[in-house]
Design a protein around this ligand. Structure first.
Ligand code: CDP
Ligand code: MG
Length: 141
């Protein structure tokens, strides 16, 4: 099924000049960018985006990190894109991420892990709507 997911290149990866490498990995994997924004998130915007984690001990640190510098936000489209994008990203903790994944290549630790990706269709709909309010549905076939 053709679907869409939200990807974000986090401030650590932008600071390391890894935007080009990461976007190239999306394209080579057949995860086609159909929308892109680069911006610095205000802290309340990062808090809204990660609201699902607001009771977690890492919430304040995470949202401070996510608002510490510019991010690149993309909508990726393709066959089974949500699951295939998560596999390309690798595990949350870069030390546990498979070789060849984006987090293994560019992540530093469990917080500074280079990229974000929606983890389900419901999450993708929320996250795409959050940053791209007029494009929450896949392109008609
Ligand atoms: O990003 P992913 O879906 O793999 O992981 P998550 O469990 O949804 O956590 C969201 C983000 O919070 C992670 O990508 C990390 O940046 C951060 N995090 C953290 O700082 N410490 C943890 N123990 C777990 C996650
Ligand atoms: Mg998550």
């Amino acid at each position: 099924m053709i679907e869409r997911t939200l990807a974000m290149i986090k401030p650590d990866a932008v600071k390391k000049h890894a935007i080009g490498d990461i976007v190239s990995r999306y394209e080579k994997a057949g995860l086609h960018p159909v929308a892109v924004r680069m911006m610095q998130l205000a802290k309340p915007i990062a808090e809204g985006f990660y609201a699902v984690h607001k009771t977690r001990p890492f919430f304040d640190s995470l949202t401070t990190f996510m608002s510490s510098g510019p991010v690149v936000i993309l909508v990726l489209e393709g066959e089974d894109t949500i699951t295939r994008h998560r596999a390309l990203m690798g595990a949350t903790d870069p030390a546990k991420a498979d070789k060849g994944t984006i987090r293994a290549a560019h992540g530093t630790n469990i917080e500074y892990n280079a990229v974000h990706g929606s983890d389900s269709a419901d999450t993708a709909a929320f996250e795409i709507g959050f940053f791209f309010p007029q494009m929450d549905l896949p392109r008609p076939a």
